[in-house]
Design a protein around this ligand. Structure first.
Ligand code: SPD
Length: 369
């Protein structure tokens, strides 16, 4: 195991998707400290990079933007490459956390999807600080058989009514309901369902979203942003508000286990959040050569395709598409068609006072106070 994390760096757990196998070439480019989302990279990517570049990777994982942000704002994180979602990157840029990228050091930068880069530039003006890694949607994961048993078909999963109407969600309570543990995403989705601006900063509007969430609180078993993959796969959860690729990984894990659990993912017709997770280099990163090499490696079409094939999140490299498995490329829940995309919204940068309100409402929701 190459991935022995230096305790002093206080990086999070080094998962199996990190840096198993593939010894770094002696005399290569030192160590690059990468902090990425859990369940978000192909097993072969880090070892492949280590072999190709002679750079050792310390690979840590997190499952919430809030956790990453706390480390970045505290300073001296020890990370060379981090992966905040776009709206968090936007406010971290404003807080002076990152260094501008020298794109002349990223030879694969020209291969990024220009449409997506335009969308990103709204929060990272001039695309100066970040490069997209993977993107996806936030929707409903469900156990096909449990849902069918409760409702007669799975049709109801095409609407947020399933989660946000107490008379519906209560039917799934006994087989396990899990919600992402992130107010900055779940509250906007609730607001969008209510017909409000998901990015509203008006406290009265935000409170409406919180009231909706309170109304379904008795039926939610757990708030967590990564455990739902295994919970869905092994039948311990039957209804989840989660991220697209994670839920499809749950489907694949159940199929591999042959445990008879059928998992599916839906993008509800009322619309939902489209997220983009961004690669960025903190200002105080120590291994700049390693950081640029790692980011550039992730943009290689064959590497981007391998990551998408492994985790079922789309990547921003159009040149990778011929290498993306047909089943993934043609899955409208992974690559939504234009008419579905039209109903997706981007999360805006949350101002500090709204952030504080989210945090308070979320604590009240989780603790019942
Ligand atoms: N398991 C990895 C999931 C990554 C999802 N990114 C989160 C986006 C939040 N807006």
């Amino acid at each position: 195991m190459v991935c022995a994390l230096a305790a002093a760096l206080a990086l999070a757990a080094c998962g199996k998707q990190g840096a198993e196998g593939g010894e770094a070439r002696p005399g290569g480019g030192g160590t690059v400290n990468v902090y990425n989302w859990s369940d978000y990279i192909a097993d072969g990517t880090v070892p492949g990079f280590e072999r190709e570049h002679g750079v050792r990777v310390n690979y840590g994982v997190f499952d919430s933007n809030e956790v990453l942000e706390a480390k970045l704002l505290a300073g001296n994180s020890g990370f060379d490459v981090v992966v905040p979602s776009l709206q968090f990157l936007g406010r971290q840029i404003q807080a002076g956390v990152f260094q501008p990228l020298d794109t002349s050091r990223l030879k694969n930068h020209a291969g990024l999807d220009p449409e997506l880069m335009k969308r990103i530039a709204v929060q990272d003006p001039g695309n100066q600080y970040g490069v997209p890694y993977l993107w996806g949607t936030t929707g409903i994961g469900y156990n096909v058989d449990k849902l069918t048993a409760a409702f007669g078909s799975t049709e109801i999963a095409n609407s947020w009514d399933l989660l946000f109407k107490p008379e519906n969600i209560r039917k799934m309570k006994d087989c396990g309901v899990m919600l992402l543990d992130t107010p900055s995403e779940v509250v906007p989705i609730a607001l969008n369902y209510l017909g409000e601006d998901p990015n509203s900063t008006d406290p009265a509007v935000i409170e409406k979203g919180a009231r909706l969430l309170q109304s379904i609180r008795p039926y939610v078993q757990t708030f967590h942003s990564s455990q739902y993959i295994d919970a869905l796969a092994n039948g311990n959860a039957c209804l989840v508000l989660g991220w697209s690729g994670d839920i499809l990984q749950a489907r694949d894990r159940a199929a591999e286990a042959g445990n008879g659990v059928n998992v599916a993912y839906s993008i509800p017709r009322e619309g939902t959040a489209l997220f983009v997770d961004m690669l960025a280099i903190p200002k105080d990163a120590k291994n700049l050569d390693g950081a640029y090499a790692f980011i550039d490696y992730l943009m290689k079409p064959e590497v981007a395709a391998a990551n998408t094939n492994a985790v079922a999140f789309p990547n921003p490299v159009p040149g990778s598409l011929p290498m993306v498995e047909e089943e993934i490329r043609n899955d409208p829940t992974i690559y939504p068609p234009d008419e579905v995309k039209a109903r997706l919204f981007t999360l805006a940068i949350v101002p500090p006072e709204v952030d504080r309100l989210y945090t308070r409402l979320w604590t009240e929701l989780k603790t019942g106070r």
